[in-house]
Design a protein around this ligand. Structure first.
Ligand SMILES: [Ca+2]
Length: 364
């Protein structure tokens, strides 16, 4: 821009000089002077032109120098940039090589990991089957143990429930027993023992006539007699109290609210009715089999078979009684060491453990 400006000034000056020269040629009287002057002017002009050209050239030189410096600077910049680029390229190559190396290492690592995974998977499959089988076995054992435990728990729970029920029943029985004892104590003078056994000194394997009239000793063992029993119960309803005392001192009892016996013509037929309360349990009416129910049974003795069995119950069981086919309850059986079969099933199943028996009646 600076060079163009100087060139423009130069042109302007040249135009002015030419114009001046042209104007001077119009004077014919001073040709030599004019020529001298013209030469001088031309010289001046040339000098000026030269000066101007010199200035311009100097300016150009400076510009060229500046350009050269700029170019040199640019070259240096380019060189520096090239060096940077080269350095970067080297760095890139280095990175590429490193990346390649890393990629190879990574591939190898990945392959190792994949192989390890495959090994583990295979191992897992093999061991898993075994482990699962073992675990299944253990689980089955646990389940069986749990089921056994559960069964035992349920059994114990049932026993606990039964014990609670028994406890409640025992409490009821004790309450009734206390009530009965109070009542018996209050009315003891009205009680009449129709049967009593303390030892085996008196056998109850007797004939019809013996049972009819009675036998034994009221202070030890005896049967009051069937005629007396009929007489005591024929006009008034009576209660029957039965008790069995074991060798260990435990006494079981049962109280029937209704009791009467018919006359000899009706074979001393037994009428017995509830409610029945006590610790023996009702084995005369509420029997395991209906053919052991003693209600309405005739009296049988060794010599008179009035029972409903094909056998002679009194003869075979060795005692007179109101047999059906034959019995669950039988208080006149043979004393130990003979076998007394089912004196009062299920509470007392044999006579070996019996110490005392008692049958009492009380009119209402
Ligand atoms: Ca028979």
């Amino acid at each position: 821009m600076k060079s163009v400006f100087l060139f423009t000034i130069f042109i302007t000056i040249c135009k002015a000089m030419v114009s001046s020269l042209l104007t001077g040629t119009n004077n014919p009287n001073s040709t030599a002077l004019i020529n001298d002057r013209r030469e001088i002017k031309e010289i001046d002009v040339l000098r000026q032109i030269i000066n101007q050209e010199t200035l311009i050239r100097l300016a150009r030189v400076r510009d060229v120098k500046a350009l050269v410096e700029d170019v040199t600077s640019v070259k240096r910049s380019i060189g520096s940039t090239k060096a940077i680029i080269s350095s970067l390229q080297q760095a890139i190559e280095t990175l590429k090589r490193q990346l390649g190396t890393l990629s190879q290492e990574q591939k190898r690592e990945i392959q190792k990991i994949e192989q390890n995974i495959a090994d583990i998977y295979e191992l897992f499959n093999n061991r898993t089957l075994q482990t699962v089988e073992k675990a299944a076995c253990k689980s089955n054992e646990k389940i069986e143990q749990f089921q056994t435990f559960l069964t035992e728990h349920r059994r114990l729970q049932r026993e606990v429930d039964q014990l609670r029920q028994d406890n409640m029943e025992i409490r009821d029985l004790l309450t009734n027993l206390n009530l009965t004892r109070l009542k018996l104590n209050a009315d003891c003078k009205d009680l009449k023992a129709i049967q009593k056994r303390i030892s085996g000194s008196v056998t109850f394997s007797k004939t019809w006539k013996e049972f009819k009239k009675g036998f034994g000793n009221p202070h030890s063992s005896y049967w009051i007699g069937n005629d007396v029993i009929h007489h005591l119960t024929k006009e008034r309803n009576s209660s029957l109290y039965v008790s069995i005392t074991l060798q260990n001192g435990t006494t079981f009892y049962e109280l029937y609210h209704q009791f009467s016996v018919s006359d000899e013509a009706n074979k001393y037929k037994l009428f017995l009715g509830g409610p029945a309360i006590g610790t023996l349990g009702d084995s005369m009416l509420n029997t395991w089999s209906s053919t052991d129910n003693l209600f309405g049974m005739y009296f049988s003795t060794t010599d008179q078979d009035n029972d409903r069995a094909s056998e002679n119950c009194a003869a075979n069981k060795k005692g007179g009684w109101w047999f059906n086919n034959c019995h669950d309850a039988f208080l006149n059986g043979p004393w130990s060491p003979q076998f007394w079969y089912e004196p009062w099933t299920p509470t007392v199943r044999n006579g070996y453990e019996i110490k005392e028996t008692l049958m009492m009646i009380k009119p209402h």
